[in-house]
Ligand binder design. Structure first.
Ligand SMILES: [Zn+2]
Length: 380
């Protein structure tokens, strides 16, 4: 693919070639020897069943997407974001847009909201499966209005393994009681989520702007809930880079191994020197480039390449934080749930990343992150 020609998303055949599945696999046996190993008894906990991590090696895993929101989630999100942006803007600043890839709102659809439409969503996930995705993590939880029954039906109908998240999101979305709850009570509430539902990760756990007192309390409780359950953690940073290092500090302070953490949305932190990104990688955590396959890619490709050059392939995690109807395959052929793999990864390949490294990031890193030895038995 030449870099100056108009970009075209990869086809299923291109992707499967990169992943080494099918014909190409036989020609590239060295990938098999580089396969990651997992702790004894480790599983990837999806809504329908616990998988051996090896069982999901046949395709890419997306560690941060959304497949179940109520219709009012994005409008609320955009409203709070606009308020935060207005409050943060210096009085002499020109009117500014949000950072990379704002979740644009499609025109009001007739019929059911797409994330509540089982037919639309299962068709989209079945397409993504065909394009090389073998597992998707949903970053929602109760305070975001995530519907676990819908996700369960979606997984059954589409055949896509789905990992459900647990936790509390960010200050504007917390249930009112959070402010009055002690850290121990938040911890108990988190453990109850893990005991009552087949969740496979704590995420997305966020700070909205500067991390607040309540958000610190939730981060500490999530860290302790990780220690009690072994579930991995992925985070949301609101304003690019803000509180990213503090999120990791808090989790480490309560005993979390950084290897079990993705600090998220750091593709939005545009910095050619990737300072914060490198600091996080050096501590052993993953850096999330998780709003991929859109307009922000151009700024993010050089940052990923800089991190690869610095030797941090083991610490990169890609996903798209799917949230809006205009990203559906049916509305845009070059989008869809697999766009991280069909749109972003080809740009990295064009920039010089090798198939082997790209496969490692898309197939191995998320499985290393998600695999855990359960301390609490799944409910169902
Ligand atoms: Zn998200």
């Amino acid at each position: 693919m030449s870099q100056d020609s108009r970009f075209t998303a990869w086809t299923r055949r291109d992707v499967l070639g990169m992943l080494g599945i099918g014909v190409a696999a036989a020609a590239l046996p060295e990938w098999a020897s580089a396969a990651p190993t997992f702790p004894k008894g480790a599983v990837i906990r999806t809504i329908l069943k616990d998988h051996a991590p090896e069982a999901l090696a046949g395709g890419a895993t997306l560690f941060h997407e959304h497949m179940s929101f109520p219709p009012d989630f994005l409008p609320r999100w955009m409203k709070y974001a606009a308020e935060t942006q207005a409050a943060n803007r210096p009085s002499n600043a020109p009117p500014a847009g949000r950072g990379a890839t704002p979740p644009t709102l499609a025109p009001a659809p007739s019929g059911p909201y797409f994330m509540q439409d089982l037919d639309v969503m299962s068709e989209e996930l079945a397409i993504a499966k065909g394009e090389g995705i073998s597992c998707i993590v949903d970053g929602g939880h109760p305070d975001m209005g995530r519907d676990l029954t819908f996700l369960r039906r979606l997984s059954m109908k589409s055949g896509m393994p789905i990992v459900a998240g647990a936790g509390f999101y960010t200050q504007p979305f917390y249930p009112k009681e959070i402010g009055a709850m002690s850290e121990g009570q938040v911890l108990e509430a988190l453990i109850r989520q893990v005991e009552s539902d087949p969740v496979g990760a704590f995420g997305e756990i966020g700070s909205w702007d500067d991390i607040t007192k309540d958000e610190r309390k939730v981060f500490r409780a999530v860290g302790k809930a990780h220690v009690a359950t072994n579930l991995p953690i992925f985070t949301h940073t609101g304003i690019p880079g803000k509180s990213a290092l503090e999120q990791l500090d808090i989790l480490e302070d309560v005993g979390v191994d950084p290897k079990r953490v993705v600090i998220g949305h750091l593709g939005n932190l545009v910095d050619p020197n990737v300072q914060v990104h490198r600091a996080i990688c050096r501590r052993g955590a993953f850096v999330g480039f998780d709003r991929q396959g859109g307009q922000g890619d151009a700024q993010q490709v050089p940052m990923v390449m800089a991190l690869l050059e610095a030797g941090f392939a083991d610490n990169l995690m890609f996903s798209s934080d799917f949230s809006a109807a205009n990203q559906l395959k049916r509305n845009n052929k070059e989008m869809g749930y697999a766009k991280t793999l069909t749109v972003f990864v080809p740009k990295l390949k064009a920039a010089g990343a090798s198939d082997e490294v790209l496969r490692q990031i898309m197939v191995d890193n998320p499985r290393r992150f998600l695999a855990f030895v359960p301390k609490i038995k799944r409910k169902a």
